[in-house]
Design a protein around this ligand. Structure first.
Ligand code: PHE
Length: 458
């Protein structure tokens, strides 16, 4: 086994030596860092609010493990088997017909990071402001200040600069080191906040909205589409981020086990974030702001609630936005890494130059969503609801229906025999259930995405 492993590595790295993760835990925390981010705290809460609460959450858990995990195993497997970034990996695994999918992944990286860094910029501003002074009394006006004019552009550029710095530092010394320190901190803050939230008077209504399912909304196709794209976004799937991270792995990693742990961690963070957000918002009677949820809703209702809570609110707000910042930076580095690793592999550029050049282009692109929240909303609709499910669909087809020897290598190598039966189940889900589900989702989200683009002007 050992000999076989070594032989494989030698062949793969014959051309260019490839970085590897420092440890299993380092890889795991970097992948969890990629998954856990604004998606878990901002997007999850507003998607849950928009789609009726607990029933959405249940459906979302189901999708995370039935669809998310097999797609993640597929991505991880492709990355580890080819030890290449997305474009090269798809070329090697599927032939040149699959190269355009690699470009779609890189395009998604550009698009998502451009607006993601803008929201992360707002988060940074909220956290800074909480250090300096109490939250201002009118949360709506405050949100307007944070998101218009030149400040959001500056915060966005600052956030991008930090992202570039970490990615330029490399896989082990940059990405792995930052995630290893930051993810545990995020976990501790969030659990602390959730415990604190139980002490709020009036929190009960928030818990019941969040935890007692009513199934009316559940059967709507919109809810299915929203939960599916939320799962893809939150788990960083469908754009090669997990593929890229796995390309720095050695062969002996148990991919199904790692995928399950990552999915579990990602869901736990989202779930605990909900245990903070909903009690806070309902305790302060701000549920209307939530049910009419939009991209900005949480950024208004939460600071509003924190302001009403006085000094405690300020401390809690600082911790909340601090945690959000940690999630955002560890996800942003994964997004930039997809683009940078592709440029390194395809154009043979060195890491530092590639990080700076690509980072600057993305930072410039982000000036658009930083200046107009409708553009931001449209970019999110197109990238996370169309690009990611589309990427997932093709990944499922390639890994699920590609050459059987490859499939075996991708899915099974390195995994412990105990979970083989489970893996067969996942492989069949990937082949039979994932493609039709994603086609249905796309039939819904493509028109919605086009609508969002059209709505920008008017
Ligand atoms: N998963 C990240 C989040 O939840 C966002 C992300 C998407 C990161 C795709 C990398 C790739 O915030």
């Amino acid at each position: 086994m050992n000999q076989h492993t070594t032989a494989n590595i030698d062949t793969d790295t014959a051309g260019a030596p490839r970085e590897v993760w420092g440890s299993r835990l380092g890889f795991l925390l970097a992948a969890v860092g990629s998954a856990v981010g604004l998606g878990n705290m901002w997007r999850f809460s507003y998607a849950t609010a928009e789609h009726g609460g607990a029933a959405f959450v249940l459906f979302y858990v189901f999708l995370t493990f039935m669809v998310g995990v097999p797609v993640m195993i597929a991505e991880f497997g492709l990355g580890r088997a080819t030890r290449l970034s997305p474009i090269g990996a798809l070329r090697k695994a599927g032939g040149s017909a699959w190269v355009p999918l690699g470009y779609l992944f890189v395009a998604a990286g550009f698009l998502i990071l451009a607006y993601y860094a803008v929201i992360a910029g707002w988060v940074t501003r909220y956290a800074f402001d909480a250090v300096m002074s109490p939250f201002p009394p009118d949360a709506g006006v405050y949100f307007g200040e944070v998101t218009s004019g030149i400040t959001p552009v500056l915060y966005h550029l600052g956030f991008m600069a930090l992202t570039i710095l970490i990615v330029a530092g490399g896989v082990k010394k940059g990405i792995e080191r930052v995630s290893t320190v930051m993810m545990p901190v995020l976990g501790i803050i969030l659990v602390g906040l959730a415990v604190w939230a139980t002490t709020l008077t009036g929190a009960g209504e928030g818990y019941s909205f969040y935890l007692t399912p009513s199934f009316e909304e559940l059967l709507s196709l919109d809810t299915v589409a929203a939960a599916t794209s939320q799962a893809f976004f939150s788990l960083s799937l469908g754009m090669g981020a997990m593929l890229t991270f796995a390309s720095y792995l050695l062969r002996d990693t148990d991919l199904p086990r790692e995928s399950t742990i990552i999915a579990l961690s990602d869901f736990s963070v989202a779930f605990i974030a909900g245990l903070v957000v909903f009690p806070v918002v309902f305790a302060l009677g701000l549920q209307n702001a939530v049910s009419e949820s939009t991209v900005g809703a949480l950024f208004i209702s939460l600071p509003g609630a924190f302001q009403a809570m006085g000094a405690t609110g300020r401390a809690v707000g600082l911790l909340f936005f601090g945690a959000l910042f940690i999630g955002a930076i560890t996800s942003a580095i994964a997004l930039l890494e997809v683009v940078v690793s592709s440029v390194i592999d395809e154009w043979k550029m060195d890491r530092r130059k590639a990080s700076i050049a690509m980072g600057i282009i993305i930072a410039l692109l982000g000036i658009l969503p930083a200046s107009d929240i409708n553009i931001l909303g449209a970019m999110d609709a197109v990238a996370s609801e169309v690009f990611l499910p589309l990427g997932g669909l093709f990944l499922a087809l390639l890994v699920g229906w590609g050459p059987p020897s490859r499939r075996l290598e991708i899915f099974i190598e390195g995994s412990s025999p105990a979970i083989r039966p489970l893996m067969n189940g996942w492989l069949w889900t990937l082949r039979i259930a994932v493609p039709p589900l994603l086609v249905i989702v796309l039939s819904r989200t493509i028109p919605a995405g086009i609508g969002a683009i059209r709505a920008i002007g008017g």
